[in-house]
Ligand binder design. Structure first.
Ligand code: M6R
Length: 364
């Protein structure tokens, strides 16, 4: 049932404040502002390393979480694509934790990677949206996401729920390891508790995104740029756009621009810059100026302060609600999803069933 939406994808995008709230309440206790995780055979304080493995969008959730585990928990973190991980014979650190992230819980590469890590004595955790799936069953510890059934082939609400779960794990790990104290834990959990409200505000950009998408739909190639935890989000934005609008898109770390992709820039290649006003903002603005100096047209997605600091030189400026940098990757998922969605609608492609793609990839 699509409710009053034209597509499942639109419905699932708009469900995010609610389902992210559900996922939060799985482990977050608002009265005490604590994170309570299920019993596990490992101790976050003693873990030498966390390895996160997944495919596609779920892999980009892991790539965001790498920043969180490193910064919040000072825990060495590695991520890989399951199809690479399973064949590269990775030297896994003894006593390490391997986390497998999957909406369906049936992706064959991710499941095979899980079995390989298990054979090598790793602790196995699953972050899975379908509780009766193979990955859920074969994990030592299950951290379920509560996104509800996701029908659209393009993953949206499963992604933000995976991010929410990973953020909670990073906070719990940080507290166990002593890299954050109780005050910092409360501050971080509060930013997560605020998310559903901020996501609702961001969803009001629906109409504006429809107008921007009208312009974007004419492009043949699009670049997405971001720094820090917004870099994997740039990758996710590009994947979402390619999947459903069939426009060629690539995501880059902003700092990589001058190491190659800048050669592509002209007035025909729109550049989408994901840049909340954090401590790296000025660097991103200078990357933007490099793009504009070459005739490139920038779609800047930022907050009020960022919009003021950037001036009005961008082609389009999308103003997001203010948010703590910790939760920005979750919040900024909304505009990139809306942009991909409206671009696909403008192009008239099959949004929920894009060509050549399957919801669950159970063959290699
Ligand atoms: O079910 P999974 O989360 O394991 O699926 C992984 C990928 O196949 C999936 O995220 C894919 O990239 C989506 N179509 C992205 O929108």
């Amino acid at each position: 049932d699509k409710g009053n939406h034209r597509h499942f994808m639109a419905k699932e995008i708009h469900e995010q404040p609610e389902v992210v709230g559900h996922t939060l309440s799985t482990f977050y206790r608002p009265m005490t502002e604590t994170v309570e995780l299920p019993a596990a055979p490992y101790d976050w304080a003693a873990l030498p390393k966390v390895t996160m493995v997944a495919c596609g969008t779920a892999h980009f959730a892991c790539a965001v979480a790498k920043y969180w585990f490193e910064q919040v928990a000072r825990l060495p973190a590695e991520t890989d694509i399951a199809s690479e991980f399973r064949y590269r014979n990775p030297p896994l650190v003894k006593g390490g934790l391997s986390i497998f992230v999957s909406q369906s819980g049936e992706t064959i590469d991710t499941l095979t990677a899980l079995r390989l890590a298990k054979e090598q004595g790793q602790h196995i955790a699953g972050i899975v949206n379908v509780p009766e799936s193979a990955i859920a069953r074969e994990s030592d510890v299950l951290y379920p996401t509560n996104a509800g059934p996701e029908i659209g082939v393009a993953s949206t609400k499963a992604f933000t729920c995976q991010l929410t779960t990973l953020a909670l794990l990073a906070i719990a790990a940080g507290e166990a390891r002593g890299s954050i104290d109780a005050d910092e834990r409360k501050r971080l959990t509060r930013t997560l508790a605020e998310l559903p409200r901020l996501m609702n505000v961001a969803l009001h950009l629906d109409e504006v995104m429809g107008e921007v998408a009208h312009d974007l739909a004419k492009a043949r190639d699009v670049l997405y740029l971001g720094r820090g935890a917004m870099y994997p989000l740039a990758l996710e934005g590009a994947l979402k756009l390619k999947e459903i609008s069939y426009i060629h898109a690539e995501g880059y770390a902003s700092g990589e621009l001058k190491h190659g992709p800048i050669a592509l820039i002209d007035e025909n290649v729109p550049v989408i810059v994901l840049a909340p006003s954090d401590e790296l903002f000025d660097k991103t603005v200078s990357n933007m100026q490099e793009v504009m100096a070459r005739g490139g047209r920038v779609i800047l997605i930022t907050d009020k302060t960022g919009a003021e600091r950037a001036g009005d030189s961008a082609w389009h400026t999308i103003v997001m609600p203010d948010a703590d940098p910790f939760v920005a990757p979750i919040l900024y998922s909304i505009p990139i999803q809306l942009l991909a969605y409206h671009t696909a609608v403008a192009k008239g492609t099959d949004v929920d069933q894009p060509r050549n793609l399957a919801k669950s990839v159970t063959v290699e």
